[in-house]
Design a binder for this molecule. Structure first.
Ligand SMILES: Cc1ncc(C[n+]2csc(CCOP(=O)(O)OP(=O)(O)O)c2C)c(N)n1
Length: 514
């Protein structure tokens, strides 16, 4: 068997089911070996689509997909969304082809230092040295990606190691599971929470699963503490039947009023909140002065188990009796199609079990509140601030969950980074509805600039934050990629377009003109 066959047989035996690929000559042995394994091969027309799709897939399954990338330049194109995957702590396994070992010294045009590109976004990087080693390296990469809390593993495989003779696939290596939290810490935290201070649970990672939130809800009911999520959660289970969990706001002055008076912040698979950017005169750390910071579970620890143990320790009533009443549903908006109206229409129409990939940026500010009482859904956000995650992440989520409707609530500026994902959605006939929020601007940059004291930007500054000329025509863009598309410029037309898209199969795009 060749090294390439051994790698893919190893991956398949370890439970890998999908490969998001954009290959080249140095990956053709792996490409050809894909026909010999039950791994779905999905072509992305840009490497950032492959990496973002692997992230979305991992967020919905908890398991890694493969990406297949072409040497240093292919990997470089994938980096921005690997950065988001790293921040989401998504398990992802990158297979990167390289020149044959004997060809390296010639410094051929595509040669580069792939490992140096990979290190900043990867928790594990290795370059295979021999075909006899390659399957074992693949098994280790897959285990490393899944080691709690999850990360990006990058395996660089020279062409001759793919083509050379390998002894066979390697045995799967069981990944290191989340570490349990010790009884001492649970008892200490129970004592602290009982002191009746103004306390809050700060939830990230698996604390935002249904199980995590139910346990957190018991704690909140029993102690009166608040609970809120990270600003940009990787996956947040939400909607009817779950306790109401707030979300930490984005701007530091909003955070200051949100956290005012807080005396104790308990970290549950989240790290201490910091400002997204360094604003002059504002602190980097957002925890109020004098507020105690306690860790219930670090990122690599079993936060769901820890929340349950803590709730039991303080004798909190069980989840059934503790489930909070739902906030009221918002009214269907009337009048102009404002950003808030778009979010409210979406919240009112999204179906049971929807996966919402939210990269709507300024348009979606009101959506989080509006959707608190929506039917059960999963919310996936931009974890690493590197825009262009939405369309690929929605693609990967749809492949992970073919029976659920994926709605990509998407800023137009951000969509342009990875719009090739639409083509993959059409080719794979995925159930993704993309709502393009066509404000035809980088609105957040305009807002940040005004907040920094520049109310009237000059013509050059304006030209660098405006997309209005030429006005992008998203209906044509979608048509060119093979997707049916509609345009909505009023609340009525948005309701109609979304209703039609929801009752059809396959991908759709709606350009929402704001
Ligand atoms: C990779 C990357 N490039 C550039 C930026 C800077 N940036 C942040 S938001 C943004 C514009 C977003 O525009 P859009 O998606 O239309 O949302 P809006 O702000 O208009 O709501 C830009 C360019 C970034 N965060 N990441």
């Amino acid at each position: 068997m060749t090294g390439a066959e051994a790698v893919l047989k190893t991956a398949s035996a370890a439970g890998v089911e999908v490969c998001f690929a954009n290959p080249g000559t140095t990956e053709m042995a792996l490409v050809n070996a894909l026909d010999g394994v039950p791994i779905r091969a999905v072509l992305g027309l840009f490497e950032g689509v492959c990496s973002g799709a692997a992230d979305g897939y991992a967020r919905m399954t908890g398991r890694p997909a493969l990406t297949l990338l072409h040497l240093g330049p292919g990997f470089a194109n994938a980096i921005a969304n690997l950065h988001n995957a790293r921040r989401a702590r998504s398990p992802v396994v990158n297979l990167v082809g390289d020149h044959a070992t004997w060809h390296r010294a010639s410094d051929a045009p595509l040669s580069s230092d792939i490992a140096s590109l990979a290190r900043p976004v990867s928790c594990w990087v290795r370059e295979t040295k021999a075909p006899a080693r390659v399957a074992l390296d693949a098994a280790e990469a897959i285990a490393a990606a899944q080691e709690a809390p999850g990360g990006v593993a990058t395996l660089i495989i020279p062409d001759d190691c793919q083509r050379g003779e390998a002894p066979g696939p390697a045995q799967s290596i069981p990944p290191v599971p989340p570490r349990p939290v010790g009884v001492d810490r649970i008892e200490h935290l129970a004592k602290q929470l009982r002191r009746g201070k103004n306390a809050a649970l700060y939830l990230g990672g698996r604390a935002l699963s249904e199980r995590g939130q139910r346990a957190a809800g018991r704690l909140a009911r029993a102690t009166g503490c608040r609970m809120f999520s990270e600003t940009f959660p990787a996956r947040f289970e939400r909607g009817a039947g779950l306790p109401k969990v707030d979300r930490l706001p984005y701007f530091p002055d909003w955070v200051a009023s949100f956290l005012e008076g807080l005396q104790m912040l308990v970290l549950a698979a989240a790290v201490e909140p910091v400002a997204f950017f360094g604003y002059p005169g504002m602190p980097s750390r957002l925890t109020p002065e004098g507020c105690e910071l306690l860790t219930l579970a670090a990122l690599e620890e079993d936060v769901e188990g820890a929340l349950e143990a803590l709730a039991d320790e303080i004798d909190a009533p069980p989840a059934e009796r503790a489930s909070a009443p739902l906030p009221p549903k918002p009214q269907m908006p009337e009048g102009k199609l404002t950003p808030d109206a778009v979010g409210t229409v979406l919240a009112l129409l999204q179906p049971e079990g929807a996966i919402i990939v939210d990269e709507s940026n300024t348009t979606g500010i009101g959506y989080f509140e509006a959707s608190a009482a929506a039917p059960r859904h999963s919310l996936l956000t931009l974890t690493g601030g590197s825009i262009g995650i939405g369309p690929p992440c929605a693609t990967g989520a749809a492949i992970a969950c073919p029976d659920r409707t994926v709605i990509n609530f998407q800023g137009d500026g951000s969509a342009f980074y990875t719009l090739q994902a639409l083509w993959t959605q059409a080719r794979e006939q995925l159930n993704v509805i993309t709502l393009i929020c066509a404000n035809r601007a980088y609105r957040i940059l305009q807002i940040e600039s005004a907040r920094a004291g520049v109310p009237e930007p000059g013509p050059k500054a304006l030209s660098l934050t405006e997309l209005s000329w030429p006005a992008p025509d998203w209906v044509q863009v979608a048509g060119g990629m093979g997707l049916p598309a509609q345009r909505a410029d009023s609340i009525e037309s948005l309701r109609g377009a979304l209703g039609r898209a929801l009752s059809a199969q396959g991908p759709h795009l709606i350009e929402v003109v704001l």
